[in-house]
Design a protein around this ligand. Sequence first.
Ligand SMILES: Cc1cc2nc3c(=O)[nH]c(=O)nc-3n(C[C@H](O)[C@H](O)[C@H](O)COP(=O)(O)OP(=O)(O)OC[C@H]3O[C@@H](n4cnc5c(N)ncnc54)[C@H](O)[C@@H]3O)c2cc1C
Length: 387
Amino acid sequence: MIHSFDVLILGAGAAGLMCAAEAGQRGRRVAILERADRAGKKILVSGGGRCNFTNIYCRPDNFISANPHFAKSALARFTPSDFVALVEKHRIPYHEKTRGELFCDRSAGDIAEMLELECERAGVRTFVNSRIRDVRRSTEFVVRTELDEFHAPALVVATGGLSIPKIGATAFGYDLARQFGLKIRDTRPALAPLVLASTERNQYCDLAGVSTEVVVATGHQSFKGKMLITHRGLSGPAILQISSYWNKGEAIRVDIAPERDVTTAIRDANVRNMAAARSAFQGSLPKRFATRWLELHAPPDWTNQALAELERQAHEWTLAPADTEGYEKAEVTAGGVDTDELSSKTMESRKVRGLFFIGEVVDVTGHLGGHNFQWAWASGSAAGRAL
Ligand SMILES: Cc1cc2nc3c(=O)[nH]c(=O)nc-3n(C[C@H](O)[C@H](O)[C@H](O)COP(=O)(O)OP(=O)(O)OC[C@H]3O[C@@H](n4cnc5c(N)ncnc54)[C@H](O)[C@@H]3O)c2cc1C
């Protein structure tokens, strides 16, 4: 069967739904083709099931991209307050967790339902279980699925990144960009747990489940937050954040006692010895981690010089992770469609008129804390207004 629309959107995720609602409200006849059996699957699992749908402090410097200026225009024209207004219009209860992170009180399903309802009211048609066979462009775009053929003068690619293949992530968007001659920036897992090299894994990973507040750094970037020891390495918000900046082969530096001086108590002790050191470290760190770390960094003696070196090491514990846990566990995909190829105002390809890329498939990757959804809403809305 042949269907004719004004706009075809590939992918009913965060960006695709937002774009569809916006374009539909402006009177466009919109169809979304979704590979999965329902829309918004990733929204449902996001934020531990509560969807961290935006961050009220979202700024352009919360994003990684080969062109750090690219996201500015879309982010300025659809802000966290705009999304919050939509959430409030639908009477969805929410709360701020930490540092501006907004979560649903009930469940992520509220956000998915809200977007689906907005689409429905705007007359958008969603075709789930759509397996796309090929995409061609003649006078307009033609998308063939197993049973149908869809025609439209505008095609929006909102198929997301490679993270979590189990819930339907595919390389489709990147392949389509290449098919139309657009450049791709190398992709890599981001917001991903790190795997430690075998020596350090043997030294620390039996402490899996222990978590502590750290500042973790690589290159010129650093993040403060919780670090969690896992069965294979490190995770927790601070580690996920730094993973987006980490390159294989590089070291990370972990300050295990941020803004604290751990060795003062050893200096002040009646007797400077391992027992005094253990008590000092256990005073500022989780007990088992303090004991293990100290055993592995025991000073040669208890002179002021040795204690100064111990203090330095506690603030600059240097580790060389072997890898990230990969796309299986990464929250997002860094890299993607090169922003040089797109208009920052509309997300339309500069080379191919009528072809748009939005959301995670674009080389714009947010920090942890609601920024990735904010990019999906902002880029979806930018394209939706231009269609
Ligand atoms: C476990 C997890 C938790 C997360 N939690 C948060 C959070 O709390 N806050 C936050 O800001 N970000 C979070 N993220 C990141 C966020 O979910 C993504 O950045 C966001 O969903 C990207 O939106 P998108 O529309 O570009 O892609 P997606 O939401 O991934 O949507 C892409 C859609 O395209 C469909 N698709 C793929 N290939 C095809 C194809 N060939 N044909 C048709 N359809 C196709 C997919 O099935 C999917 O529905 C989380 C990610 C994960 C994995």
